[in-house]
Design a protein around this ligand. Structure first.
Ligand SMILES: [Mn+2]
Length: 428
């Protein structure tokens, strides 16, 4: 079952194919001069994938407001439909990362079948102990896994275990844990004791992990707590992951660091110790974490992928990171943002594949700074769009994803069918 007409995509591609062939062949000749086979790169690109978050299908918001658009999805079923549109056009987002309790349903086996019929699977399950739900016994106002109240910690543990159980039915194998726990005032909590409580509670979640599952710890420097957070940085994250055990890994969200932090080096460090478990892609200008991937600093995204490709070539402890987009679409159609982001992410992956690693390593060993730099700079300046477009087209996707999406009039049609979204608060 396809959500968009295959004929529509084929007709749009027919108008683009001659120009694409010309560009692909020209790029192929250019890469061949450097000893690279463009078809081999294209095959690697075709095998690449990144998950989309279920919540990303809706218009996000800020803590000030949310401005819904007509035709926006209001439940997991409609969100899956929109994710299927992204996958059908881009062919690089075959999995959806669900979030509970936002995506709660009565029948998870049915939901898994529904997704499969749309050509989708499920990625990491995300728990939520950063906000209270109706009917919840204990508040998370003063923390969840690190709460000073034992019953609150127990409730947060129980919720995470429930997420694992749901994830098993959905075919997931990762639980992503991010807590909003932290403080807004110096002295508000004891740094050591709050981490002790977190580790104790997290170890109870860890103990409930099935054998082939991983627990991905996501750090965040600030927000909603603005003075300190319990898992604030990659240091806290790796220490916690090391204490919890081999199935605990670190998840790097690009926007969860101080401005200008060298995130590519963090990637290399986490990989060195076998603890790089996952990635949340987005972009950031100041201290935010929700701008579209590659919209502000595509060079950083490329340098991150350079480390990921390097790590893949030199695997340690089963290198198998889970890649996901995690951003909030406040002013765009979320489908368009995720199409554009998926392209930006895949493009950086493709450029990282073009790096001449032998030349890079030789220049590094010889302390030839300029040639080492050029080994990274040259592939960064190459336009790899024809490689991505050819990979998409061969898989049945669209050569021009945004133009084809607009031509489908998907959002206009859904605006007629779907019920309007309420003016709710923003989501994180
Ligand atoms: Mn994230």
């Amino acid at each position: 079952m396809t959500v968009l007409s295959e004929d529509l995509i084929a007709e749009a591609n027919a108008r683009e194919i001659a120009a694409l062939d010309e560009d692909y062949d020209a790029l192929g000749r250019k890469l061949a001069r450097g000893g690279l086979a463009i078809d081999a790169i294209k095959d690697r690109v075709a095998a690449f994938s990144v998950a989309v978050p279920s919540w990303g299908a809706g218009r996000g918001g800020t803590r000030f407001a949310k401005f819904p658009i007509p035709g926006e999805p209001t439940n997991i079923h409609e969100k899956l439909e929109d994710c299927a549109v992204i996958q059908q056009l881009s062919r690089v987002t075959p999995r959806v990362s669900p979030h509970f309790p936002w995506d709660k349903v009565g029948d998870y086996k049915g939901l898994r079948q529904e997704a499969a019929a749309l050509g989708l699977g499920f990625d990491a399950v995300n728990s939520n102990t950063f906000q209270d739900q109706p009917g919840q016994a204990r508040t998370y106002a003063t923390g969840s896994l690190s709460s000073t109240v034992a019953a609150t910690r127990a409730q947060a543990v129980e919720h995470n275990i429930e997420c694992i159980e749901i994830g098993q039915q959905l075919g997931s194998r990762d639980l992503t844990v991010w807590v909003g726990d932290g403080t807004n005032f110096p002295g508000q909590q004891d740094f050591a004791r709050s981490l002790d409580r977190y580790l104790d509670a997290a170890s109870q979640v860890y103990a409930a992990l099935p054998g082939d599952w991983r627990m991905l710890l996501e750090h965040k420097m600030f927000e909603p707590a603005f003075y300190s957070t319990v898992i604030s940085d990659w240091g806290s994250s790796i220490l916690a992951a090391q204490e919890l055990g081999p199935k605990a890994k670190c998840l790097v969200d690009l926007g969860h660091h101080a401005p200008n932090v060298n995130i590519e080096q963090i990637v290399a460090r986490l990989h060195r110790f076998g603890k790089l478990g996952g990635f949340h892609f987005n972009d950031s200008k100041y201290g935010d974490d929700d701008l579209d991937s590659g919209s502000i600093n595509p060079h950083q995204l490329f340098l991150v992928f350079n480390e990921l490709v390097e790590a893949e070539a030199h695997p340690r402890d089963g290198f198998d990171p889970s890649y996901m987009i995690d951003q909030s679409h406040n002013v765009t159609d979320p489908i368009e943002s995720m199409l554009s982001s998926a392209e930006a992410i895949t493009s950086c992956f493709a450029k990282a594949l073009l790096v001449d690693r032998e030349a890079l390593h030789a220049a590094q060993e010889a302390n030839d700074t300029m040639m080492a730099f050029q080994a990274l700079r040259r592939p960064y300046t190459i336009d790899v769009a024809p490689i991505l477009a050819r990979a998409r087209a061969e898989a049945g996707g669209a050569i021009d994803v945004l133009a084809t999406y607009r031509a489908s009039r998907w959002r206009e049609r859904k605006a007629q069918e779907r019920k309007p979204v309420g003016l709710g608060a923003g989501i994180v």
